[in-house]
Design a protein around this ligand. Structure first.
Ligand code: NAD
Length: 464
């Protein structure tokens, strides 16, 4: 799409804002969600093929992480939309006794959704579900690194919605920057913290509100009392689904000394059962590009060269990289500094939980943190003494699918949250409405005589 065409689409969407406020009500929003659900269902096979082309994904993974989450988000929004849209009454305060107060959720207007390549369908369309549920028009910018999925989204949306309600603009970062210059009413960005800063700086120029769904290194702590087989199951799934290219996959493991050897044996066996012995497993996705694969092999080479022990190395074959377990990690290694975003798993033994907590707190606030343990006191201590966007206890990744939980990060791992009602609120302006019924406040208005001062004294005493 040319810059002129983008501007024209944006202008048309903007011009329709008032009309949408009036005519895009509960029935119309539900109908839009139904149309989206039907389009997603009709494109299931095409989606599976697109992600096989883009990421070498097994079908089951595409259904699990890109297809079903969109349908789940639509179903949840459809079911709760009436209550989310309803103005919410709030209690009067002393000063406003005699006035009724309501919070009125309003569409923000025209929103921009920029999506990453790793879960390219769901991370583009789930925010769209929230945007439509909240009554907005939206422009979607899928990732250029997954071209088959991006083309599918463009075709599907063009067949499903009028261009003044939803339009897809395909392209790379230049196109994204062109979009970011427009005065959108809200920008919902999913991607890396580095690009998140660029998006926020661009939004600041128009004072546009943002939701930033970013990433970082998500730590996992395996305590001395963990159910080790359960931990091996969940970590194998969470770390190697989509070949580790998941924003909330466990980035590295802290494993208590007393269980480390037993756990690593179980983990190796679980990995072998899931993926066999080489990188060519049909159950393992491919790395998105040669450049990204080279980054991962460089990370491993850098760690090796600085003294790491690679205790499991299934090797690499182009964009196919097998699971690797790495020990003897030091802070000089890039593996210890960068978000890994691939099937390389550092294992760091520990004996003192306090040191693990200090290390986590000394770094950027993670998007997810996982705890495997059965000891409630230790679990509570980690919950209280650290922070992260979300937490999984004795599981990984699936907190993403709980639509009633806010999904998002803290500072470098994100701003704001998505999913379910939280996503609806991200795309809504909560307008405060106070209506006078029998407010007595005019007795305090000027001229300020003795009676006013007596009343002010009384109020001061009540408020302490
Ligand atoms: P990215 O930041 O490189 O790209 C994301 C989007 O931004 C793409 O559409 C891209 O075209 C656009 N973009 C890239 N450079 C840009 C620039 N300079 N200006 C404007 N737009 C630009 O991220 P990615 O590599 O696609 O995805 C991986 C990252 O995303 C990881 O850090 C991961 O943790 C994070 N992520 C977060 C979530 C979440 O929900 N929090 C989900 C998936 C991925």
């Amino acid at each position: 799409m040319t810059p002129t065409a983008i501007q024209a689409t944006f202008d048309t969407m903007r011009a329709g804002t008032t009309a949408r406020r009036v005519s895009f009500g509960l029935t119309e929003r539900r109908a839009a969600l139904d149309r989206l659900a039907a389009a997603v269902r009709a494109n299931e096979a095409t989606l599976v093929q697109a992600l096989s082309d883009d990421l070498g994904r097994p079908m089951a993974e595409t259904i699990l992480i890109d297809y079903l989450p969109v349908l789940q988000e639509i179903r949840h929004a459809r079911r709760h939309l009436r209550s989310w849209m309803r103005p919410r009454r709030v209690a009067p305060t002393l000063a406003t006794f005699g006035a009724s107060a309501r919070i009125l959720p309003q569409p923000r207007g025209v929103c921009l959704i920029i999506a990453p390549w790793n879960v390219p369908f769901a991370l583009c369309l789930s925010p769209l579900v929230s945007a439509l549920a909240a009554g907005n028009a939206a422009i979607l910018k899928p990732s250029e690194l997954t071209p088959a999925t991006s083309a599918l989204i463009a075709r599907m949306i063009a067949d499903t919605f009028p261009p003044d309600l939803v339009t897809v603009v395909e392209g790379d970062k230049d196109v994204a920057q062109h979009l970011l210059a427009l005065p959108f009413d809200h920008i919902f960005f999913t991607g890396s913290p580095a690009v998140g800063k660029i998006v926020m700086a661009a939004a600041a120029r128009n004072l546009t509100s943002v939701t930033l769904e970013l990433g970082g290194k998500s730590p996992t702590i395996i305590g001395p009392d963990a159910e080790l087989k359960q931990a091996a199951d969940w970590i194998t799934f969470g770390k190697f689904v989509n070949a580790g290219q998941v924003c909330i996959s466990p980035d590295h493991l802290f494993v208590h000394d007393s269980v480390k050897d037993r756990f690593v044996t179980l983990l190796r066996a679980r990995i072998a059962r899931a993926y066999g012995k080489g990188p060519a497993s049909p159950h393992l996705a491919r790395i998105v590009s040669d450049r990204h694969a080279a980054r991962l092999t460089d990370l491993l080479a850098d760690a090796r060269q600085k003294g790491a022990q690679v205790t499991l190395d299934q090797g690499a074959d182009g964009r196919a990289i097998g699971p690797a377990l790495i020990e003897a990690i030091t802070p000089e290694m890039r593996l210890d500094q960068e978000e890994i975003f691939g099937p390389l798993l550092p294992i760091l033994p520990y004996s003192d939980l306090g040191q693990v907590i200090d290390r986590i707190n000394a770094r950027d606030k993670p998007l997810a943190l996982y705890i495997f343990d059965r000891d409630q006191t230790r679990i509570d201590r980690i919950l209280t003494e650290t922070t992260s966007g979300g937490v999984g206890i004795n599981l990984t990744v699936v907190h993403y699918t709980q639509s009633n939980l806010p999904f998002g990060g803290v500072n470098t791992s994100g701003l704001g949250s998505s999913h379910g009602h939280h996503g609806f609120r991200a795309f809504s302006h909560e307008r405060a409405v106070l209506r006078n019924r029998f407010l007595a406040l005019p007795i305090l208005f000027a001229p300020y005589g003795a009676r006013t001062l007596r009343l002010i004294g009384l109020i001061k005493r009540i408020l302490g």
